[in-house]
Design a protein around this ligand. Structure first.
Ligand code: ZN
Length: 277
């Protein structure tokens, strides 16, 4: 059924100190001039409010009365602090209650959304998906009438999302990606970067990249075990990489190792890992 209620989904990249190559985090405004919701509030800085209110005016949207946070990370949630005069209801998944309250303090109330909830805005329905992987309480939003998926940090426009402990879980992540593939999606609104116009290719690219890395870790262990996380990461990235990037890469290796242990392929002794025979 086609409704002409000026329903819009607008992506607003807001500058943030996030993982390169990205320099902005996406917020999304969803709704019309009667009612709207904000997805992700960006980084805690004045610019966040200025950019959002500019977009609200430009696209003739109502000021959001609700903010849905895909997750609690510093480039997605703390911007709520800048938006207090909207008196919004802030939503997150229960699993990220504490982290969210810390991220948006002194704002001290959150409401919860969970898998299968239907969130209504401007007479349109948004299906809430609990999509753990990048973080335990990651919320994704699916708008069936537009075939649009707002994927938080489960999908970024270029390359792969960062998955690492303590927040990230590789097993959850791969399961989530399989589940997202079952939706009918014409484009994905990622946590960072442009709209993704080839959703299934992008999801498959990410799944394949993660499975390749898993295979690479198994064969490195087979040849050189036992290996520490640091040594494995050095072998995966043989070129000299910047120390700050190396730490991030190391935690990705760790996320893979945790999955391989849970899957029964790898065992850990002290700080070393080896393949189970
Ligand atoms: Zn994140």
């Amino acid at each position: 059924m086609q409704r002409n209620n000026n329903f819009k989904i607008i992506r607003i990249p807001i500058p943030s100190p996030t993982l390169l190559p990205f320099t902005a985090t996406n917020s999304y405004l969803i709704g019309n001039d009667q009612e709207s919701v904000l997805v992700d509030a960006g980084y805690d800085q004045q610019e966040t409010k200025i950019e959002l209110e500019q977009a609200i005016k430009e696209y003739s949207l109502a000021t959001p009365k609700s903010i849905i946070l895909t997750h609690s990370h510093p480039d997605h949630a703390p911007g709520v602090r800048q938006l207090m005069d909207w008196s919004p209801t802030v939503y997150c998944h229960q699993l990220e209650k504490q982290a969210t309250l810390t991220a948006i303090s002194p704002w001290n109330t959150v409401s919860f959304l969970t898998d299968g909830d239907i969130f209504k805005v401007a007479d349109e329905e948004i299906t809430i998906i609990h999509a753990p992987g990048h973080s335990p309480g990651q919320l994704n939003l699916y708008i069936p009438s537009q075939q649009i998926l707002i994927a938080g940090d489960n999908i970024v426009a270029e390359g792969t999302s960062w998955i690492g402990p303590p927040d990230g879980d590789m097993s959850d992540y791969l399961q989530t990606l399989q589940r997202l593939k079952e939706l009918t999606v014409s484009k994905i609104g990622p946590g960072h970067g442009e709209w993704v116009l080839h959703p299934y290719e992008q999801i498959d690219f990410v799944i394949n990249r993660r499975l390749e890395r898993e295979g690479q870790i198994k064969s490195l262990l087979k040849e050189h075990q036992p290996l520490s996380t640091t040594r494995l990461t050095e072998m995966i990235y043989p070129e000299n990489i910047h120390p700050s990037i190396f730490e991030v890469a190391k935690r990705t290796t760790e996320a893979h190792l945790i999955k391989l242990i849970n899957d029964g392929f790898v065992a850990q002794q002290d700080s070393n890992y080896y393949l189970k025979s």
